[in-house]
Design a protein around this ligand. Structure first.
Ligand SMILES: Nc1nc2c(ncn2[C@@H]2O[C@H](COP(=O)(O)OP(=O)(O)OP(=O)(O)O)[C@@H](O)[C@H]2O)c(=O)[nH]1
Ligand SMILES: [Mg+2]
Length: 361
């Protein structure tokens, strides 16, 4: 699972990447590279709690990968912001994290001079639309030629109809991420990776002085930018950079000072994870407590396969205990007494936070 960090130049992408990945590499070294890539642990207080209870040798968090890309900018008034090189790079991302500048700082230039978060979100969103429309138009040409050749006529016709439908959907101002897709359309999305189909997490990089007002700012933006696959979160690059150099106790003091109950960074990683339609189940024991990543709707057998293909092939049953039941009761024995420790077959749909033990042959 890979999330591309995109946005205008100097919006704070690399700073966000640096805090996400907790790299202590010199910022200027990160800035020099075309692309920075790193795998990030998904913070999960439930896993922390389980680790406390089992005291295992190892704790393994779920992970997602972040890719920090160069800023995009129009080269001239008529030019497009995304060139083909950029498009081919971001096509493989499963979602975008758009970093928008909300902080004032005269020493940091802004390509449009003034600070206007909604304008910048719109600017990138427009570019997503233009890229998809241009793709569709080139696809029409190709498919119409294929129609003339009478080769695979039914398939070609079906695709052409779908592409026309997408085109009018986009023309009416709606992104593909808001469209309900048929099985065929899902296949086309996989093949062509349209920009407007990707889930979008917008990180508004605000001033430290905006902490108290952040919710208001974000709520106002949500009036214009909303949907099931869009999320908007505030982010404070400056604060996060300072936080990343502190130990846990100092961190807490610092956060109390700003009235923050949860690290905005952690919240953002979790949001990204959820936005991708991902959830976790846990395995626990003295050796290891671990969060495993699955898609919503995975069965017990699918989930067993995430641990090991052998577990999938030789699946017998899954022992299942819900996380909150386990915490309330305090042990598997107590859960058993109350019937909260269940044996489930391969068709069981795993819920977020289930603690699993796979019985296999
Ligand atoms: N005052 C202030 N400066 C910031 C903030 N976030 C980033 N900066 C500064 O803005 C400059 C650009 O930040 P980067 O994180 O490199 O921006 P970027 O989006 O990666 O830029 P490009 O990769 O060039 O597109 C750096 O000098 C940062 O220190 C912030 O919240 N407040
Ligand atoms: Mg950068």
């Amino acid at each position: 699972m890979q999330i591309g960090i995109i946005g205008l130049p100097y919006s704070g992408k690399t700073t966000l990447f640096q805090t996400l990945t907790q790299t202590h590499i010199d910022h200027s070294a990160l800035q020099k590279r075309e692309v920075n890539q790193s795998i990030v642990k998904v913070p999960d207080q439930r896993l922390d709690k389980l680790t406390e209870m089992f005291n295992p040798k190892k704790k393994v968090n779920a992970t997602i990968e972040f890719v920090d890309l160069v800023g995009v900018q129009k080269s001239d008034k008529a030019g497009a912001m995304f060139n083909s090189q950029f498009i081919s790079k971001v096509k493989t991302n499963d979602a975008f994290l758009h970093v928008v500048r909300g902080f004032e700082d005269e020493t940091v230039p802004h390509p449009s001079i003034t600070i206007d978060v909604a304008r910048d979100i719109r600017m990138l969103e427009d570019e997503f639309f233009l890229t998809d429309l241009a793709f569709l138009e080139s696809r029409f040409e190709k498919l119409e030629k294929d129609m003339m050749k009478q080769k695979n006529k039914d398939d070609v016709k079906k695709e052409l109809d779908a592409m026309k439908e997408w085109h009018s959907w986009l023309e009416s101002g709606k992104p593909l991420r808001e469209k309900e897709l048929s099985a065929d359309e899902i296949k086309y999305v996989k093949n062509y990776q349209p920009m407007t189909a990707k889930p979008l997490l917008i990180a508004v990089n605000l001033d430290e002085s905006d902490v108290k007002n952040a919710e208001n700012i974000v709520n106002n933006l949500k009036k214009e930018f909303s949907g099931t696959k869009i999320r908007i979160e505030p982010f404070f690059a400056k604060i996060e950079l300072e936080l990343s150099s502190l130990d846990d106790e100092e961190k807490q003091i610092f956060m109390d000072e700003y009235g923050l109950t949860e690290s905005p960074l952690e919240k953002m990683i979790r949001n990204a994870y959820e936005l991708l339609g991902l959830q976790s189940f846990f395995t626990v024991g003295e050796d290891e407590c671990r969060a495993w990543t699955i898609r919503k709707g995975y069965t017990a057998q699918d989930s067993a396969g995430v641990i090991h293909t052998d577990f999938y092939n030789k699946f017998i049953r899954a022992e299942v205990t819900g996380y909150s039941d386990f915490i309330t009761e305090g042990s598997f024995a107590k859960c058993k007494e109350k019937g909260l420790f269940r044996l489930e077959g391969k068709e069981y749909i795993v819920k977020d936070g289930d603690i699993l033990n796979i019985r296999h042959g």
